[in-house]
Write a new protein. Structure first.
Length: 465
């Protein structure tokens, strides 16, 4: 196994401090409700509370991670593990009627202080405090029908259609699954990963498709809920190969390419696209949003041997390398927030776990932690602010990842394989979608329960591949 360590320094930023139970704040946006008065949130507090026993009231964390098996090497499947020829098609033109009141309470937390206030310490030790349950998904027929997922305002998990012709809807409480929407035609291409927009609609990043796929997940919206949206995103006749997306504080969608096309920003109204080249060849496998000293940063992680960890300051509309090339290090796939406001990413086949730490005076430091040869699957930020990876391939285990490194926990699982291609944190546990040899919806639950509320779980700080 290769152990790696690197420290990359650049722009001035500091690590955001988490609020304590009194919900300290600096601006109104730090508060779930009410206003920031004399450094403290005042008004009716929004207590995360325990999950209710009624309809699904869930939320999502990021979905991201190491993938199953070999990746395509430069073909149109953009670093996404091959699931055979895509079974895809054309979405309807036009736009969905979101049906959300723009004047209502914000759909999700826009600041890290708001998003992170529901974390509770891990109390499971090494022997307990977690369980894995599962439910068969009759909609699954093999391969990688859905790759990446987004939590909807309904609390349902929505799988992004890659090999499938429709997105998947999973009830995070019952684990019931069903496809929805008018099936796409065979030649529309594929989408991988996505974001939740401020309008409550889901925006899926095109991998081999030409445009973003807008998805209206509301169960009363009927079948006409899939729309091709925004500008043309092919470059020089080539598919964009996006593999990772994130929403910034302005509502713009940033997507990173695994085919060497760089980084794209699509404006929140879908009216324009801006491309950002990198200083060297860079194929990306994930992007995340983080705060440092009140400054918003976007961090993109690279495929093995193809460049640096890149950092963006959206307000300045520039993307730049955190330091020198990340060459010679294992691939990084997916990037996820921790309770302290830093990020972790895992190497393909888990030769390395990378800790990406915002620094008080010099940007992002990237430290490589030896993963001990673990096979780490897709993952999400759990209720304790730790990142949890689902079982991957034949290993009957889940993995807890902290800034200090990974810890493995055994699980019992009845399906013939262990792969997932999307993982989302909800109010009822961390949910993984079926993929390859696994025909089950999986859910990792904790005895301490989920303390984050829907606004927190839907936050763009967590909603990513």
């Amino acid at each position: 196994m290769r152990a790696a360590a690197a420290s990359f320094l650049l722009c001035a930023c500091t690590l955001a401090r988490l609020p304590d139970a009194s919900f300290p704040c600096s601006v109104d946006a730090d508060c779930l409700s009410g206003a920031c008065v004399a450094g403290t949130c005042r008004g009716t507090p929004s207590d995360a509370g325990q999950p209710d026993s009624g309809a699904v009231d869930a939320g999502a964390v990021d979905a991201g991670a190491v993938d199953a098996g070999a990746v395509d090497s430069g073909a149109v499947d953009a670093g996404v593990p091959d699931a055979g020829a895509p079974d895809s098609g054309t979405a309807d033109a036009g736009e969905a009627d979101a049906g959300f009141d723009a004047g209502a309470e914000p759909l999700f937390c826009e600041t890290w202080a708001c998003a992170a206030s529901g974390f509770t310490p891990w109390d499971g030790g090494l022997d307990g405090g977690y369980e894995l349950d599962e439910a068969p998904c009759a909609e699954f027929s093999g391969g990688q029908p859905w790759f990446g997922a987004v939590l909807a305002p309904s609390g349902n998990v929505v799988g992004i259609p890659k090999g499938a012709r429709q997105p998947l809807r999973v009830n995070s409480k019952s684990l019931a699954c069903a496809t929805f929407g008018k099936p796409r035609l065979e030649d529309a291409g594929t989408w991988v990963s996505g974001v939740l927009g401020r309008d409550g609609l889901i925006y899926a990043a095109p991998n081999t498709a030409h445009r973003i796929l807008q998805i209206d997940e509301r169960e009363d919206a009927g079948d006409d809920v899939l729309f091709e949206w925004g500008p043309e995103l092919f470059r020089n006749g080539q598919p964009p190969g996006f593999l990772g997306a994130v929403l910034d504080s302005r509502g713009d969608i940033w997507m990173v390419s695994a085919l060497g096309h760089g980084i794209a920003r699509v404006t929140g109204d879908g009216g324009a696209v801006q491309w950002f080249a990198t200083s060297g060849p860079s194929n990306f496998w994930g992007v995340a949003r983080v705060e440092s000293a009140g400054q918003e940063l976007l961090v993109a992680v690279p495929q093995d041997g193809f460049g640096a960890v890149y950092v963006a300051t959206p307000a300045d509309e520039r993307f730049f390398p955190a330091s020198g090339p990340y060459q010679g290090q294992p691939s990084l796939f997916g990037v996820h927030a921790t309770a302290e406001g830093s990020l972790v990413s895992a190497g393909l086949n888990a030769q390395i776990v990378a800790h990406l730490q915002p620094l008080p005076d010099a940007g992002i430091a990237v430290d490589g932690l030896d993963a001990g040869g673990l096979s780490i699957g897709f993952r999400a930020t759990g209720p304790h602010g730790d990142v949890w990876a689902m079982p991957h391939y034949s290993q009957a285990q889940v993995t807890r990842i902290t800034p200090k490194g990974p810890t493995v926990f055994p699980v019992t699982f009845s399906a013939p394989g262990y792969s997932t291609c999307a993982v989302i944190a909800t109010e009822y546990g961390i949910v993984g979608l079926p993929c390859e040899l696994n025909d089950r919806v999986l859910r990792l639950r904790f005895s301490s329960g989920e303390r984050r509320n829907l606004q927190q779980l839907l936050s763009p700080f967590f909603n990513k591949l």
